[in-house]
Design a protein around this ligand. Structure first.
Ligand code: FE2
Ligand code: ZN
Length: 392
């Protein structure tokens, strides 16, 4: 009905109902006008490369069969087919290839700033004030109900951590939870590690001392993505947990001291851990950004920081920036204090959330946590699978 020939040099228009209101062809873009008035201007090259037809994508697995370098350099629509509501069919020049794009696909992969922000997901920066509305889910619900698990992982993504309550207090349970969401990463500490006070500790974690908020193991490459900490016993006075949102600190730093922020992103620190059987070293900046300037990770661990290895002329200004960041870190309004009860299990992004504890007295009671690491890709994969089940 509405198969219309287009001259790519002149804009042509066609009305269609539903989500897609109008499609316009300009010199190099297919412009989709949505029902809500928003517009998406999609480059021909990108559309042609994203074709979902069985010649371009294997229908059995969705994988690509064509490499972008083998496509026409300047594909241009010869005809549009708008006869099916909320679908755009394109016949391409110069090779006559036929592509179809659904409104749902176009909306999901749209290139507008708002669509791209939506894909990154909602991140909620937090401080002590969330103490009464913790991202907390009963473990028994997670094991019975996919919707509860989806909610838990959505909270994890938004806050950078989630607290599971009522996880059976059995030794090794933390690795079963870890393997449920991903694959436990074995390190020189084993598949899991016991956080208890030891007589001859090779790590300050295994003492009664207070631990300032930190990220774990920045001396590994890559650093662990997700840490799970399971409370088995909590009789000792003290030993409260402290969580800090590293992304909130970093954004505060970016606003308050742009030059200092830049130094913390540009100069790497050396981190190291050495005992009788391991000598681990890695370099990472305090604040890591991706190529678009978005926060990727915070690395903060004064216990395992080696002597900074950086150009001498940068040292003083770097220390000033570091001090400023560390002072933000110590501000009480950023500290979320929790008392973990037996059965509580914290799952946190080790790239975003810093954790610490107050001192405790092991002569008056036991404090026993077990921890393990998993990679974050497993957690996000699980979240996508659950979203798929939910039809989202
Ligand atoms: Fe730690
Ligand atoms: Zn195709």
């Amino acid at each position: 009905v509405s198969a219309i020939s287009f001259n790519a040099k002149t804009a042509a228009e066609s009305e269609s109902p539903a989500l897609i209101r109008r499609v316009t062809v300009t010199a190099r873009r297919l412009v989709v006008e949505w029902r809500d008035g928003e517009e998406s201007a999609l480059p021909f090259l990108w559309l042609r490369d994203s074709c979902l037809c069985p010649f371009c994508r294997d229908p059995r697995n969705g994988q690509r069969l064509v490499d972008a370098i083998d496509l026409p350099i300047e594909p241009v629509p010869r005809r549009l087919d708008l006869s099916v509501s909320d679908e755009i069919g394109v016949e391409w020049l110069p090779d006559g290839h036929l592509s179809r794009y659904t409104a749902a696909w176009l909306a999901a992969y749209d290139l507008t700033d708002s669509a791209r922000a939506r894909r990154r997901g909602r991140v909620r920066l937090w401080g002590w004030e969330i103490v009464d509305e913790l991202p907390r889910v009963e473990w028994s619900e997670v094991t019975l109900d996919a919707a509860a698990e989806w909610r838990a992982l959505s909270l994890f993504k938004e806050f950078g951590f989630v607290l599971f309550a009522g996880v059976p207090t059995e030794s090794g349970m933390v690795t079963r939870v870890g393997d449920h969401f991903g694959h436990v990463r074995v390190t020189n500490y084993g598949r899991h590690f016991d956080v208890v006070s030891l007589p001859n500790p090779d790590n300050l974690a295994y003492t009664e001392a207070a631990l300032a908020a930190h990220t774990d193991n920045p001396y590994r490459d890559p650093a662990p993505g997700v840490q799970l900490l399971h409370c088995l016993e909590a009789d000792a006075p003290g030993g409260d947990s402290i969580l800090v949102d590293g992304f909130r600190l970093a954004e505060e730093m970016r606003r308050a001291d742009p030059a200092g922020f830049e130094l913390l992103t540009r100069l790497a620190l050396s981190f190291r851990f050495a005992n009788a059987t391991a000598d681990l070293a890695a370099r990472a900046p305090v604040i890591a950004l991706d190529c678009e300037g978005q926060l990727v990770a915070v690395h903060f661990n004064s216990r395992s920081a080696d002597a900074p290895d950086m150009p001498a002329e940068a040292v003083e200004s770097w220390y000033a920036a570091y001090r400023r960041f560390a002072n933000l870190l110590r501000a009480p309004e950023g500290e979320l204090r929790l008392r973990l009860d037996p059965g509580d299990l914290l799952m946190m992004s080790n790239a975003r959330v810093l954790h610490g504890r107050t001192a405790f007295d092991a002569s008056l009671g036991r404090r026993h946590l077990q921890g393990c690491y998993i990679d974050i890709d497993g957690v996000l994969s699980r979240l996508r699978l659950l979203s798929r089940e939910a039809g989202g």
